[in-house]
Every structure is written in structure tokens, then in C-alpha cells.
Design a protein around this ligand. Sequence first.
Ligand SMILES: Cc1cc2nc3c(=O)[nH]c(=O)nc-3n(C[C@H](O)[C@H](O)[C@H](O)COP(=O)(O)OP(=O)(O)OC[C@H]3O[C@@H](n4cnc5c(N)ncnc54)[C@H](O)[C@@H]3O)c2cc1C
Ligand code: SF4
Length: 333
Amino acid sequence: MKPFRYERAADVDSAVSTVATEPNAAFLAGGTNLVDHMRLGIATPDLLVDVRQLTSDRIEELPDGSVRIGAGVTNNDLAAHPLIRRRYPMLSEAVLSGASGQLRNVATVGGNLLQRTRCVYFQDLTTPCNKRAPGTGCSAREGYQRDMAILGASPSCIATHPSDMAVAMVALDAVVRTLSPRGARVIPVGELHRLPGDEPERDTVLEHGELITSVDLPPLSVAVRSRYRKVRDRASYAFALVSVAAALDIVDDVIHDVRIALGGVAHKPWRARIAEAALRGTRPAHDAFRDAADAELAHARPLPGNAFKVPLARNLIVRTLLDLLDTAEEARP
Ligand SMILES: Cc1cc2nc3c(=O)[nH]c(=O)nc-3n(C[C@H](O)[C@H](O)[C@H](O)COP(=O)(O)OP(=O)(O)OC[C@H]3O[C@@H](n4cnc5c(N)ncnc54)[C@H](O)[C@@H]3O)c2cc1C
Ligand code: SF4
């Protein structure tokens, strides 16, 4: 492993200015992704600035009813919090579907959002990879395609984003609050991650040295009836082949609001806006759910090794919406 320096900054401002002024510095939170990458030689920072104790580890309700989650909140604390379980069950389920209890005790909200792809070639220094070494090529295109993207990929990169938490946050219209030398800004989580285009080395729109300080969840009545479903090769301790975060609000037998986001299908969590638009204002039924899912997936461009993801995503959307419909009907007086 390459030698590196480790620092604990006195406050978030000095953490930001230190990382921003050192081109090869990085923030360190739980380290469960970054330290793995340092061991593998994928990340070779000269300096780590530890922000684990600096960013807030609190979850609080704000006067407007939204919920603020500090970037330093651990994954398990987030999933277990009563406000999250009661008002945003899909988020709690998404977090609990990831990693292991031990990892979730250490991993943070900020680090989870910024974890990098699990593409096997990205993690293997002996193979070409445009994301790890721009301009070297993409080994996955003609290689192992099972985990790869079916939506929004580019000739440069077909990797998928691995975070479960981010999928739920995108469905919930969450925003991240950040701090950089240029000041504070607010970015919808749906716009935080990028599609690969011809710059697959850039996962997000963040600048070097820009720190996530918190995530805000808006007050959202539809989220009370929500679920996260994840299909993977093992029952636990595995990343999503396809996942769906969905919420459904039915008023007088008509879909008043619906939220659908997909994981495991693209370089970013994929908000299924076409499917949502097709469903709003219609009567909830199996065929309507299937047609909406098909309309969204009409844009899929699968490869031979991951073509199964298209029917899998469709079936997962339909099954999850049917489950939510059942709970809505059970809740009727
Ligand atoms: C075996 C294993 C299985 C896993 N399974 C899953 C799974 O099924 N689903 C899933 O979603 N995840 C899974 N994970 C990933 C895990 O959730 C992430 O490793 C973890 O959430 C990262 O959080 P961290 O705090 O440890 O981040 P770190 O490793 O400390 O940091 C990750 C990245 O984020 C940056 N960073 C951290 N905090 C901030 C901040 N506040 N502002 C700006 N940049 C920041 C770091 O510089 C680094 O680039 C798994 C991990 C392992 C090791
Ligand atoms: S899919 Fe992306 S991350 Fe994987 S080998 Fe190709 S360029 Fe690298």
C-alpha cells in the first residue's frame, strides 16, 4: 500500500479547505469503501482527512416537517430511527438490505452515497477500465455483463451504481447539502450521480473537496406506504441485480401519487418518471402497472449477458406496486 498522511480537521471548514487545496486528498468517513480501494490500489490518496466525527450524526425533524440526516449518521442508525421507519419505510428497508450489520454500524450516509461501482474490472488493476484509468477501454462491454447497466449507459462505461440507500432517496426527492470553498449548495439526490457519457471517471457532480454535510427528506405523505425490494444472487451480503423503491397513494380508487426508482440498472439510481407519469390519475391494476413498467423499460438497451434484467425490472415494479395496493386495500375502513 502506498504511504499516506492522516489528519483530523478541527471543523468542517478546515476539512473542506484542506482537501480542496490538495489535489490528491480525500475525505474519510467509515472507510468501508475507500480503504478497500486503497488496499486494491484503485485509490492512492496522499492525504486522508477524517470527517467521521465532524459531520453531524443526528437525525432531526425540521419546523417544515422535513427530516435532516447528518452525513455522519451510520447506516444502521438511519435504518432504525423511528421517524424513518414510520414516515419513509422504503429508506429503512433499502439500508437494511445492504452490506452486513457490522458494516452498517460503521458506514455513513455520506460515504454510502459516494461509494463507487462494484464492476469487477474497475476493481481489477490488471484490466482496462475507462472509469479507473480514462482512455484505456471498457473490459465489461465484451466481458462479464451480468451486473451491468441496461439504461443510460455509454460506449465508455456500462457500470451500475451500487448504493441501495441512494435509490430510496431518489424516489423520495431527497436533497444533499454540501460545503465547498465556493460555499454551501443543495443538490437533489437525483442529480447528484451522473450518467457515464464520455467521462465515466466522474461518478457525481461534486467538485474535489466538496463535503456532503447532510441529506434532507421532504415531508411526503405518499412515502408512508412505500417499499424497497431487491433481487440479488445471494439472500444477503450482495449488491442488487435489480431493485425497486416504490410508494403508492390511492384516493377514491385513483392513483393520487406514485414514486418508482430502480437500482442495479444504470450508472445512477434511476427514477422511473415515465412509469410514474403513466400511472398518476389512473385506476390501480395489474395491467396498468405492467404497461407503465414496459413504457419505462422501452428505453432499455441490454446486452446479451444482462438481458434478463428487463423482465426482472418489469416484474419487480409490478410485484412491488401490487403489494402496496394490497396494503392500501387492507387499510380501508
Ligand atoms: C462486503 C460489502 C458489502 C456491501 N454491500 C452493500 C449493499 O448491498 N448495498 C449498499 O448500498 N452498499 C453495500 N456496501 C457498501 C457500503 O454500504 C459502503 O462501503 C458504505 O456505505 C460507505 O460508507 P463509508 O462511510 O464507509 O464511506 P468511506 O469508505 O469512508 O467513503 C466512501 C467515499 O465517500 C467519500 N466521502 C465519505 N463521506 C463523505 C462526505 N461526507 N462528503 C464527501 N465525500 C465523502 C470518501 O472520500 C470516499 O470517496 C457493501 C460494502 C462491503 C464492504
Ligand atoms: S463498465 Fe465502467 S467501470 Fe466497468 S470496466 Fe467498463 S469502464 Fe470500467
